[in-house]
Design a protein. Structure first.
Length: 95
């Protein structure tokens, strides 16, 4: 699933009924309040954890926002191994 909703990602995910069928979510995240009352990345990670997802890799090249790949807990270890095989990059952090 790909989410780039200008700060509305949490609103969509809170009531999303299909998350149990999703293994990966690539989402824009906010490091500062770019949009009125938008959820910041640290809180977004907590929301994703409550939905059964964890960080696989971060792409945070800007001071205000970036993108993060979340993987479902059921396949996170496999996803981490796959993405770690690509090696470290300056702008991408694999977990």
């Amino acid at each position: 699933m790909w989410l780039d909703l200008q700060g509305s990602e949490p609103d969509v995910l809170r009531n999303c009924k299909i998350l149990e069928t999703v293994d990966m979510i690539w989402s824009e995240v906010n490091l500062i309040e770019l949009y009125e009352n938008c959820m910041l990345y640290e809180d977004f990670k907590l929301l994703m954890a409550s939905k059964g997802f964890q960080v696989i890799l971060e792409h945070l090249p800007w001071k205000d926002s970036g993108n993060v790949l979340f993987g479902s807990n059921r396949c996170a270890q496999h996803l981490k191994a796959v993405f770690s095989a690509f090696g470290d990059h300056d702008e991408i952090m694999c977990y």
